[in-house]
Design a protein around this ligand. Structure first.
Ligand code: PNS
Length: 162
C-alpha cells in the first residue's frame, strides 16, 4: 500500500478554478495525485466522462505529478485497486459538510484502509460550483474568473450552442 498516492474524485462537469486550486495543493502534499472523473448519480452532466477528463488534462499545465482517469464504479474499490490510502475532498461551506461526512463514513466502511482528507476551499472559490458556471455560461455571462483559461471555449461551445 503506497502512502503517497491520493485520489481526488468528483464529477468535474466542468472542472473549475476551485477544483484546480485543490488539485495544486494536493499535488504539493503527495507524490502522486489521481484525479478521478466519476458518476454522481444525483447529477445530470453536460459533458461525457472522456470530455471531462480531457478538460482536466488541458487545465493541468505545470502540475507534473497528477494523472486523470475516468471510473464508473465505487470510489472505495478504485482506491483499493490503486493502493491509495487518501481520498481528497474540497470543503466549501457547512452546507457541503453533511453530505461529505456521510460519503467519508461510507467509503471508510467499504474500504477501512482509506482516509478522507478535507481541504478547505480557498476563500475566493468559496461560492464557486460547476453548476453555477454552467448556468452563467448558458445565460451568456462571463465565466473567465471561474474556469481555467484552457477550457473556456470548450465550455462556451457546448453550453451556448442552439
Ligand atoms: O463532484 P461531486 O459530484 O460532488 O462528486 C461526487 C462523487 C462522484 C465523488 C460521488 O458521487 C462518488 O463517489 N461517486 C462514485 C460512486 C460511489 O462510490 N458512491 C458511494 C460513495 S458514498
Amino acid at each position: 500500500m503506497n502512502k503517497s498516492i491520493a485520489i481526488y474524485p468528483g464529477s468535474f462537469d466542468p472542472i473549475t478554478l476551485g477544483h484546480l486550486d485543490i488539485i495544486r495543493r494536493a499535488s504539493a502534499m503527495f507524490d502522486k495525485v489521481i484525479v478521478v472523473v466519476m458518476t454522481n448519480m444525483a447529477k445530470t452532466c453536460s459533458f461525457n466522462p472522456e470530455e471531462r477528463r480531457q478538460m482536466i488534462c488541458k487545465s493541468l499545465a505545470g502540475i507534473d505529478n497528477v494523472t486523470v482517469e475516468c471510473y464508473d464504479g465505487l470510489l472505495a474499490e478504485y482506491a483499493k485497486m490503486h493502493g491509495a490510502r487518501v481520498i481528497i475532498k474540497g470543503l466549501r461551506a457547512m452546507s457541503d459538510f453533511e453530505y461529505e461526512f456521510q460519503m467519508a463514513l461510507t467509503n471508510k466502511k467499504l474500504n477501512p484502509d482509506v482516509e478522507t482528507l478535507f481541504l478547505t476551499t480557498s476563500p475566493q472559490y468559496m461560492y464557486l460550483s460547476s453548476s453555477m458556471v454552467k448556468q452563467i455560461a448558458q445565460l451568456h455571462g462571463d465565466i473567465s474568473d471561474f474556469v481555467p483559461a484552457a477550457i473556456h471555449s470548450d465550455i462556451l461551445n457546448r453550453l451556448t450552442q442552439k
